[in-house]
Design a protein around this ligand. Sequence first.
Ligand SMILES: Cc1cc2nc3c(=O)[nH]c(=O)nc-3n(C[C@H](O)[C@H](O)[C@H](O)COP(=O)(O)O)c2cc1C
Length: 349
Amino acid sequence: MNLYAGLRPLLFRLPPERAHALTLWALKSGLLGGASKADDPVLATEVWGRRFANPLGMSAGFDKNAEVMAPLLRLGFGFVEVGSITPKPQPGNPRPRVFRLPADRAVINRLGFNNEGIAGAEPRLKAFRATPVPGVLGVNLGKNKDGQAEADYAASTRALARHADYLAINVSSPNTPGLRALQGRAELERLIAAVRAELPDPPPALVLKIAPDLTEPDRRDIAAVALDRLDGLIVSNTTVARPENLRDPAKSETGGLSGRPLFRPSTDLLAEMYRLTEGRLPLIGVGGVEDGATAYAKIRAGASLVQLYTALVYEGPGLVTRIKRELSELLRRDGFARVADAVGADVAS
Ligand SMILES: Cc1cc2nc3c(=O)[nH]c(=O)nc-3n(C[C@H](O)[C@H](O)[C@H](O)COP(=O)(O)O)c2cc1C
């Protein structure tokens, strides 16, 4: 049953990026991602006028080049977010740049947007859109290391937005110098205007992915801008903080921390953004989701949709089905007939 438990020690002997490349290869060759069962109707939801068979998505960074969207959906995800994609291809930072922290069930990465650029992703997105694979597609946009923010996000929007159900502007990766400074109010307003000017008709939903390390004034500014100009927020990216209780020696590596230690801070920020946006905007909750209970906690903290990445490294592909089963049970236990009814249940208005 749990094949991955046997495979994991072998995968963990490989450097993380080699293990990841092998996983992508297995997905592409059809070795992973067999047909999953139809989802429990209690998990169905509608956001931005799109139907999601379930609210669980693959978060950005796993499929940076839009290579395995269909296999990930076949694994049971309700939606997939590809990227971050930058206009030009770029190699990212020197290796090693991804570190497992098994003692903390966490990962630190400083990849720096290694990806094949628009030219790599665009044909694959187009081909995917020509097939009738059910599932919602998000496209996450980043900025080249030597790029200019407004020009970069505008160029990628022009090239890729037509293939996306939602477009995620990523201004929260800690591994591109200056990127997170784009989360200030004036910078954001300019950036969103530049992107909006390039949206096709009909437009995809436009969402912003934010960092967990924002100051209180930044949080308020983002909420105000989001209510005015955006269709949603993704909360959150990895953190540059290093909680006191980390045990793994790799904790001293530079980069963004994800996984279990990110659960509390990212969920607290999610609840705060839900409050600040008065429950009027769909939020995607991400950070430390590893089972049905953590996915459910995100929903109760205000998430209409939930994503994960790091837990997949530790638990393997069977995790998707397990989370969905546990989430259905928790929703029914508490008398919720639909995911949407549980959104924000823990947040006092
Ligand atoms: C190896 C790795 C690469 C990532 N790359 C990206 C990226 O390119 N763009 C992005 O927006 N987020 C990226 N992320 C962040 C994840 O999408 C997610 O926001 C974060 O890891 C928290 O979720 P988790 O705790 O379930 O991993 C990356 C995360 C990891 C672990």
